[in-house]
Design a protein around this ligand. Structure first.
Ligand SMILES: [Mn+2]
Length: 426
């Protein structure tokens, strides 16, 4: 299924008048505060977030999996689905592939399809957290950290293969997330596991093309419940530093212990020029992979405040790889991704409203109340008209969810693909 601009344009007509009045009202208000509304709208238009190839089907848990029907059963169909999301939101102009779940069978055909839908290939993700069909060695007791050299070599080779696949598609980054760790005290020697991981990452790094980045993702627990080899940003940063300039830390919102100050983490990593990528989701308890902004929207805004500050003040930090890393059981996955994209844009837009000069002045005068007023004034502003304007300018939908429903996308997909298709992934 492919949406065209005319369909979206027609649906927009109904809400155009009320949008214009909302936008003009907000635009006047912000302009009076000294903000450049055009520049904010243009930044929102430029902000693109990669959709992971595994989020387009219903996510399962270890207790079950409930399909939403019409799921994509091939990489081609996954790209089609991202094309639908991108046509509506104009924010999802990239895909992040998971290997081996999504190895292209015809590289040129996939590239042409993505090109036609305006979708780029963002970071490629390796998978050494489950055994692959026909593999010689098992990752049951770890991959890059394993005490067995043969296992480590197999895992290193897999990552090199992933780089090779990504290279053929135009990707420029490899994301490494390891499930490696231990479930019980005494099971692993922490130092051996860490050193093996460092040595393995260095071997992978040697195979990285010059214009590529390696993104090292961390996570405190799960699937291992006593220790994880790359458990936090400190471990990730040490490993990245041990590899070289092209290796960076990747922050995933859900990969923190409760109440971690994630905004402080991203801030300091940008200061050190070592924040490489960011995975969006939301969580109540752990790595819940819930829709972005559904549980802690204020925390997301505070993170964006630091990201915006970093993007403007830290030239030593490269452009970030943005990706949604969420997937679950109870929503139409495409609607869920649309909601996530909206929440990301909303937090970004609010952060762009913060007057950084005023905030700095209030900080210098130790005016704590004023500091909070500045942040919360931005947070309490309803910025949805800015998001709508950015989408409208780019040919997207004023309300992507309404348009998705009015165009009957899910029913069309079920008619096209049937009820029994299953997307590859977890
Ligand atoms: Mn992630």
């Amino acid at each position: 299924m492919k949406l065209n601009k005319t369909q979206i344009h027609d649906i927009n007509q109904k809400d155009l008048k009320s949008h214009e009045s909302d936008f003009n009202y907000l635009s006047d208000k912000l302009t009076n505060k000294g903000l450049d509304v055009n520049s904010i709208v243009s930044k929102l238009k430029d902000f693109q977030v990669a959709i992971p190839s595994w989020a387009l089907g219903a996510g399962g848990t270890r207790f079950g999996r409930f399909s939403f029907y019409g799921e994509p059963s091939s990489l081609e169909q996954k790209i089609d689905d991202i094309g639908v999301i991108h046509a509506l939101t104009q924010t999802a102009g990239a895909v992040s592939l998971h290997i081996p779940w999504d190895i292209p069978s015809d590289y040129n055909a996939i590239k042409e399809k993505a090109d036609a839908l305006n979708i780029k290939f963002d970071a490629v993700n390796s998978n050494t957290f489950q055994d692959q069909k026909g593999a010689q060695e098992t990752y049951k007791y770890g991959s890059l950290s394993n005490t067995s050299k043969a296992v480590r070599e197999q895992a290193i080779q897999h990552n090199l293969d992933v780089i090779n696949i990504g290279n053929k598609l135009g990707s420029k980054a490899l994301t490494v997330w390891l499930a490696d760790g231990s479930c019980f005290p005494g099971q692993n020697n922490f130092q051996t596991a860490f050193q093996n991981t460092q040595d393995s990452l260095i071997d992978i790094y040697k195979g990285l093309p010059d214009d590529w980045k390696m993104l090292v993702e961390y996570k405190p627990y799960e699937p291992n419940f006593y220790s994880t080899v790359i458990q936090d940003w400190g471990a990730s940063l040490m490993l990245a530093n041990g590899c070289g300039d092209k290796a960076y830390t990747l922050v995933d919102l859900g990969h923190h212990l409760p109440n971690s100050n994630i905004e402080q983490i991203v801030s300091i990593l940008q200061l050190k020029g070592k924040l490489g990528g960011f995975h969006f989701n939301d969580s109540k308890y752990g790595d819940d992979d819930l829709t972005v902004g559904s549980i802690k929207p204020y925390a997301l805004f505070l993170i964006f405040n630091e990201l915006v500050y970093g993007m403007e003040n830290n030239p030593q930090n490269p452009d970030l790889a943005w990706m949604i890393d969420a997937s679950h059981n109870v929503k139409d996955p495409l609607e869920d991704l649309i909601q996530s994209l909206e929440a990301i844009q909303e937090a970004y837009a609010k952060a762009l409203l913060i007057n950084q000069a005023d905030l700095k002045a209030a900080q210098l005068h130790h005016d704590v109340v004023k500091c909070q007023e500045i942040l919360q004034d931005a947070y309490r502003t309803d910025v949805r008209a800015l998001l709508q304007q950015a989408r409208l300018d780019a040919g997207g939908a004023l309300s992507p969810i309404n348009a998705y429903r009015n165009l009957n996308v899910r029913n069309e997909l079920i008619t096209e693909r049937g009820k029994n298709t299953v997307a590859t992934g977890l």
